[in-house]
Design a protein around this ligand. Structure first.
Ligand code: ADP
Ligand code: ADP
Ligand code: ZN
Length: 214
């Protein structure tokens, strides 16, 4: 099963991707996570990407397309994958279909998580992530049992640099200008499903499972 998750920042792409990985065993491929890891490793790509990420802007297409090209060729993608946060521009979508074509593969479903912007600022500013295992939390909607400590591995929780209100507003603008129209791009193909991402996490996941199992 080869999946794409679309949706604005904070829509729940990462949360749902982790749940799908847990149930179906296919990897979550998050360009945001890969870029943050590159920064942690102090690679030139990571250091350069940080400027864009901190400004709430998109990292250039050629960088993220390169990341995806390498990642999709790794062995764990053979049984399928979940693209979380890629593509974000039409140029990325076109590059992806070219890459998949060359590999003799295709996308089985594009799942667009629709959430109104008024809910998203709170989701993003309250987001916390485990430094060690990447598990996601929310201070109100999905809190860790012990504040600041991961339930799964005991790791320390942190807040992303770009999850402050000012940068969040810029990211919404970029989403509206460059990424929102991917819905129209994919809806022509018949494998596009828009679902209510404002529902509780378990309910959103139930809907995704229905789509995958259909
Ligand atoms: P979110 O949780 O808001 O969906 P991500 O972790 O997916 O955020 O992305 C964080 C940042 O990483 C983006 O604001 C952007 O700077 C960069 N980024 C991630 N994926 C892409 C992409 N496909 N194209 C360009 N930039 C990207
Ligand atoms: P994205 O990857 O689309 O940027 P995340 O999955 O990281 O979004 O979710 C953003 C924040 O909102 C996280 O703190 C997460 O715990 C919380 N969240 C995700 N889905 C829901 C939901 N259905 N209801 C309430 N909060 C949610
Ligand atoms: Zn953890």
């Amino acid at each position: 099963m080869n999946l794409i998750f679309l949706g604005p920042p904070g829509a729940g792409k990462g949360t749902q991707a982790k749940m799908v990985t847990g149930r179906y065993g296919i990897p979550q491929i998050s360009t945001g996570d890969i870029l943050r890891q590159a920064l942690k490793d102090k690679t030139p790509m990571g250091v350069k990407a940080k400027e864009f990420m901190d400004a709430g802007k998109l990292v250039p297409d050629d960088v993220v397309i390169g990341i995806i090209n390498d990642r999709l060729r790794e062995g764990d993608c053979k049984a399928g994958f979940i693209l979380d946060g890629f593509p974000r521009t039409v140029a990325q979508a076109e590059a992806l279909s070219g890459l998949l074509g060359k590999m003799g593969r295709q996308i089985d479903a594009v799942i667009d998580l629709a959430v109104e912007e008024r809910f998203l600022v709170e989701r993003l500013t309250g987001r916390r992530t485990c430094k060690n295992c990447g598990m996601g939390y929310h201070i109100t909607f999905s809190p860790a049992s012990k504040t600041g400590v991961c339930d799964k591995c005991g790791g320390e929780l942190f807040q992303r640099d770009d999850d402050n209100e000012a940068t969040v507003i810029k990211r919404f603008k970029v989403y509206k200008e460059q990424s929102e129209l991917l819905g129209a791009h994919y809806s022509a193909g018949g494998r596009y499903r828009k679902i209510d991402g404002a529902a509780p996490m378990e309910q959103v996941f139930k809907r995704i499972v229905e789509i995958i199992d259909a």
